[in-house]
Design a protein around this ligand. Structure first.
Ligand SMILES: [Mg+2]
Length: 392
């Protein structure tokens, strides 16, 4: 079997463009789909796939480790998140081809199922932070509570929220009170049977982050995510040591090499690789195995498109230290109209699929109704009261 073409299908889903990869083979009707969506770098990732294509044409798509090595090592320059996202999408597409060629779902190629179903949570977002600043940090708790109750009514037993405001190196007291008032309202609304995760988007300094962990601890968050920016692992270690709440991080790290430092220094309790960025399914399995040796859990990051959901399902089913899976609900109402799939969920859990491969196909005609558009992020920059740019 040989690869005959590698190309992307881009589909605009408002906040982000989904980048799907299609790999065709010389076997009639046998092709694979992967996803490498990367917010606000769509053209770079699609261009990287174009750059990689000549290295793949004529190769056997089932030699997945070999092809990963070829793309990673022959690049000479380490390819960063743009190149690793492209590799991830290609790697997923090769798994899809391999599963289809053997007539088995991908999770069976990853060691088989270690669980019967996959617990999900969904991200409730964070509201309009510019409005929060303009209203002097008066929390709209009803907004968060209404969103939480809506997804709990749909069967979810866990939610994530973005309630710590973007901060300067030290924070006015109003920012802490804002976060505490939202968390208190959420806990009161959903009770103790729903887990609440706090995403900080790497917004804080060490001092701010520890204070947010301390004041939110009485409401028992499941974990606090990315309390400080991802660049300096030693700072994350300090937060982890000082925090009374478990720490999760990793969505902005790629490859086993970048996760190695996080894991060896025990900078967190839960790692969050993104299967569309970290290097794909096998790379995520290797990262998870390193984390398992340090008793860390794995909660894959997944706010992207529907093919990313399918890839995550197969990883989660087959990974022993998997904890909980992010599921995207709120991007666009036509999300599931651009795919044909066999994915099913029930009471806040994804169920296994027995469809060969990843179990998902892009409907290219449906996707073409939503062509690439520049995202709105550039109009929503978060700025401090003095006009300085803050982490989003
Ligand atoms: Mg996050």
């Amino acid at each position: 079997m040989k690869i005959t073409s590698v190309r992307t299908v881009v589909c605009n889903a408002e906040m982000r463009n989904w980048v799907f990869v299609r790999i065709d083979t010389d076997q009639p009707g046998l092709y694979g789909w992967g996803e490498c969506s990367l917010e606000w770098k769509t053209r770079s990732v699609a261009g990287c796939i174009e750059d990689f294509a000549p290295m793949l044409i004529g190769e056997d798509p089932t030699r997945i480790e070999f092809l990963y090595q070829k793309l990673y090592r022959q690049s000479f320059w380490r390819v960063g998140v743009i190149g690793m996202s492209a590799i991830s999408g290609i790697e997923q597409g090769c798994h899809d081809i391999l599963g289809k060629s053997l007539g088995v779902p991908v999770y069976r190629l990853l060691g088989g199922a270690v669980r019967d179903r996959v617990r999900m949570y969904t991200h409730l977002g964070g509201g309009d932070m510019r409005a929060v600043y303009e209203s002097q940090m008066q929390a709209d708790t009803k907004l968060f509570v209404d969103r939480a109750l809506e997804v709990v009514a749909r069967g979810y037993t866990a939610v994530k929220v973005l309630i710590t405001p973007p901060t300067e190196p030290l924070n006015p007291i109003a920012g802490y009170k804002y976060a505490e008032s939202v968390m208190e309202a959420l806990r009161l609304a959903v009770g103790d049977s729903v887990d609440i995760m706090i995403d900080c988007h790497g917004r804080h300094s060490l001092g701010n982050a520890v204070e947010f962990c301390r004041i939110l601890a009485p409401y028992r968050p499941y974990f606090i995510e990315e309390p400080v920016p991802p660049e300096n692992v030693d700072v994350m270690v300090e937060v982890r040591k000082a925090s009374p709440v478990p720490i999760a991080t990793g969505e902005r790290r790629v490859t086993r090499y970048e996760f190695r430092e996080l894991i060896e220094k025990q900078a967190c309790h839960v790692i969050q690789p993104d299967l569309c960025h970290c290097g794909g399914l096998l790379e995520a399995k290797k990262i998870a195995a390193m984390a398992e040796a340090y008793t860390m859990g794995v909660a894959p990051h997944n706010p992207l498109g529907p093919v990313a959901n399918a890839a995550a399902l197969h990883f989660d089913l087959s990974t022993p230290n998997f904890l909980i899976q992010e599921d995207m609900l709120t991007d666009v109402p036509w999300r599931w109209e651009v795919v044909r799939h066999s994915l099913r969920s029930e009471n806040g859990y994804w169920l296994p699929t027995e469809t060969p491969g990843l179990g998902i196909e892009i409907d290219e005609a449906a996707a073409a109704k939503h062509p690439f558009r520049q995202e709105v992020i550039h109009a929503t920059t978060v700025r401090a009261p003095d006009g300085a740019i803050l982490d989003w």
